[in-house]
Design a protein around this ligand. Structure first.
Ligand code: SF4
Ligand code: SF4
Length: 303
């Protein structure tokens, strides 16, 4: 089982926002959803991608000289990458003197991930932390997640599965088998609007929430609060009512919209569609918290 491989785009140590205590968060690459507000756009494609941070670039032109496919042109501001020509060979990354280029996404075995995880075992113990698998979408690589979680379980390390809930029931069951906690996202309760925004049907997600609730695992429902997209009173009421019916003992965590991931879009050749979108107002945050509390939930609102 430890020879199972998956594709990972980051392993973040000393993480404090991805579950209880100090954690190591393994970020999986590849997601079937296309939420316009995604703060990890580099997680969407399952394939490795070349990332360019122009703020680090020294404009030396070394990368353009070494690219075997002529995919890089030096411009006045730095470089331009022709992504149709780039085969993500990594030559420019190795030669860049400023670490302005990175390949996001690498195949890793469970053993390789485990070597990183076990370095921080002492922190998990002292802080009540553990390991979180996040994305991208973890249900797209269920055997890999399950194998990592199984190893954690054998060593007494707490596990948290952070999921959009979109995947097959078999994938959900495989992940649940060794999960101690599930962070389960709910984004919109109108099936038509859900499919329009995220590109996937809502009913699959609701069915998987039922599976998670039936498994007895601890659940935190995470609600990204996106002005003008899903923050209406009607949608939050519908979300609270649905969760009360399926997972009444879940905790609720509201995640207000922010633009933290916006700069990453250009760095991997994507466009950010929500540049003009405002942040949530204090009134929206208070109203949303009050709705979940009225339905009997413990609700936290992140900053
Ligand atoms: S990753 Fe390889 S193909 Fe892509 S721009 Fe760099 S050197 Fe060229
Ligand atoms: S090699 Fe690195 S620092 Fe030099 S131009 Fe290319 S990206 Fe910029």
């Amino acid at each position: 089982m430890s020879s199972i491989e998956g594709i990972v785009f980051n392993i973040q140590r000393y993480s404090i926002d991805d579950g209880p205590g100090i954690r190591t968060t393994v970020f999986f690459k590849g997601c079937p959803l296309r939420c316009p507000w995604c703060s990890n756009p580099e997680s969407q494609s399952p394939a490795p991608q070349l990332q360019y941070r122009y703020t680090s670039c020294k404009k030396c032109g070394t990368c353009a000289g070494v690219c075997p496919n002529g995919a890089i042109t030096v411009t006045g501001d730095g470089i331009s990458i022709d992504r149709a020509r780039c085969v993500v060979c990594g030559t420019c990354v190795r030669e860049c003197p400023a670490e302005a280029l990175t390949v996001k996404g690498e195949r890793m075995s469970v053993n390789q991930v485990w070597k990183v995880i076990r370095r921080d075992a002492v922190y998990y113990e002292t802080s009540g932390g553990g390991v979180t698998c996040s994305g991208g979408e973890i249900l797209a690589q269920p055997d890999f997640v399950a194998a990592i979680f199984k190893k954690c379980r054998e060593e007494g390390i707490h596990t948290c599965a952070d999921t959009s809930g979109f995947g097959s029931p078999e994938a959900m069951r495989a992940v649940l088998e060794y999960a101690d906690l599930v962070y389960f996202d709910i984004k919109h309760m109108d099936p038509r609007r859900h499919e329009e925004l995220m590109g996937v049907p809502l009913d699959t997600i609701i069915d998987n929430l039922r599976l998670a609730a039936g498994s007895g695992v601890d659940i935190t429902i995470r609600v990204p609060l996106i002005p003008e997209y899903n923050s209406s009173e009607e949608n939050m009421e519908a979300t609270a009512a649905m969760v009360r019916g399926i997972a009444p003992s879940a905790a609720i965590s509201v995640l207000p919209y922010h633009k933290y991931g916006a700069n990453k879009y250009a760095s991997i050749g994507m466009e950010y569609a929500l540049d003009e979108l405002r942040e949530c107002t204090p009134e929206e945050l208070d109203r949303t918290r009050a709705i979940f509390e009225k339905h009997g939930f413990e609700c936290t609102v992140s900053k």
